[in-house]
Ligand binder design. Structure first.
Ligand code: NAP
Length: 249
């Protein structure tokens, strides 16, 4: 039995990459994970991977497009109906639509803000109502070092990820007295489909700037999230835990 047995988590963007690793890591600790994304085929693969790792029945694949407030509210209602509790919320779903500021289209900016920021507001608002009644809860939002340092070609993405930090600190201040913590994990470069788009040459030059000289693995981000969800992080709130091999220090 894992340390978090019988707790219930919602993890967005759980069909691949970092979100998948987070879902699997929490399931390994005994958490019932409502694993949300649009690609139901990929979510089924996450469920199988969890079963193979000895955590059968812990992943609950759930179709959710986080750009839809009504879908978010319906999923939260469905989880409460089925489990009567939500202990952990991990807002991980995110997209990039990179481009230089001067050429950036309105929809490039709006799409990134809606997926990466509005969804965090909608989900946190819905779930916090339940957590406040329970007087307990852990909210973990995935930002990025782009939101801390800025990155050329990512004004939309960096704006959304910096906003997640301000949103999380405000949420932490509002909810601390109700026994709820809210923290941020800010990954650096991590090997996923998101960074596959960069191409080998760009990746190589990025690695020269990283003190540890390599990209991170999704599991290395997941272990930071699992720590913040666990008993060992009970007195930590409003913090940004950077997981980047030393790039941003
Ligand atoms: P990824 O491999 O591209 O996966 C993105 C996940 O988000 C997928 O599961 C995708 O699922 C989901 N998603 C995207 N749009 C969605 C929507 N509208 N509704 C529901 N789910 C949606 O990306 P990743 O690298 O794992 O990134 C995960 C998080 O870490 C993101 O917030 C990202 O900004 C952040 N991050 C990543 C890196 C990195 O280097 N990889 C660095 C810093 C921060 P579906 O397509 O199935 O819906």
């Amino acid at each position: 039995m894992g340390a978090l047995t019988n707790q219930v988590a919602i993890v967005t963007g759980a069909s691949r990459g970092i979100g998948k690793a987070i879902a699997l890591s929490l399931a390994q600790e005994g958490v019932k994970v409502v694993a949300c994304a649009r690609d139901e085929g990929k979510l089924a693969e996450v469920m199988s991977a969890s079963e193979e790792a000895g955590a059968a029945g812990k992943i609950i694949p759930t179709r959710l497009d986080v750009t839809s407030r009504s879908e978010i509210d319906a999923v939260v209602e469905q989880v409460v109906g089925a489990h009567e509790r939500i202990d952990i919320l991990v807002n991980n779903a995110g997209i990039t639509r990179d481009g230089l500021l001067m050429n950036m289209e309105d929809d490039q900016f709006e799409d990134v803000l809606t997926t990466n920021l509005r969804s965090v507001f909608w989900l946190t608002r819905a779930v916090s109502r339940l957590m406040v009644r329970a007087r307990r809860g852990r909210i973990i939002n995935i930002s990025s070092i782009s939101g801390l340092m800025g990155n050329a070609g990512q004004s939309n993405y960096a704006a959304s990820k910096a906003a997640v930090v301000g949103f999380s600190k405000s949420t932490a201040k509002e909810l601390a007295k109700r026994g709820i913590t809210c923290n941020v994990v800010a990954p650096g470069f991590v090997e996923t489909e998101m960074t596959d788009k960069m191409g080998e040459e760009v990746k190589k030059s990025c690695k020269t700037m990283i003190p540890m000289r390599r990209f991170g693995e999704s599991a290395e981000v997941a272990s930071a999230v699992t720590f913040l969800a666990g008993a060992g992080a009970s007195y930590i709130t409003g913090q940004v835990l950077v997981v980047d091999g030393g790039l941003c220090m």
